[in-house]
Design a binder for this molecule. Structure first.
Ligand SMILES: [Zn+2]
Length: 101
């Protein structure tokens, strides 16, 4: 029996619960872009880098900066809901930052 685990929180996914498969297509622009656009792209790439850092080393090894890649993630329901709201990882700080004064 195949067990899937969530790529985000590492929780073993219940086969009877929903498993969400996320496909992230990463492509490098073929043409040079204007500096402003490039900055914007850099920002998103940094976020993706952040995600990639949580991947297994051999998954990283198969990545190339030169060609597009489709990354696949198995997510549990909770992580899927977070992902789909903030696909590049920009969760609002205030969501977690309740002060305790
Ligand atoms: Zn999860």
């Amino acid at each position: 029996m195949i067990h899937y685990s969530c790529d985000r929180c590492k929780r073993v996914l219940d086969p009877e619960d929903s498993r969400f498969l996320i496909r992230v297509e990463v492509t490098a622009p073929l043409e040079p872009v204007a500096d402003e656009d490039y900055e914007d792209d850099r920002d998103h790439l940094a976020e993706i880098d952040d995600i990639l850092e949580r991947l297994e080393p051999d998954e990283l090894e198969s990545l190339s900066e030169d060609v597009g890649r489709v990354l696949r993630y198995d997510l549990c329901r909770d992580c899927y809901r977070k992902f789909i709201q903030f696909p590049v990882g920009r969760e609002p700080a205030e969501q977690f930052g309740f002060s305790e004064n």
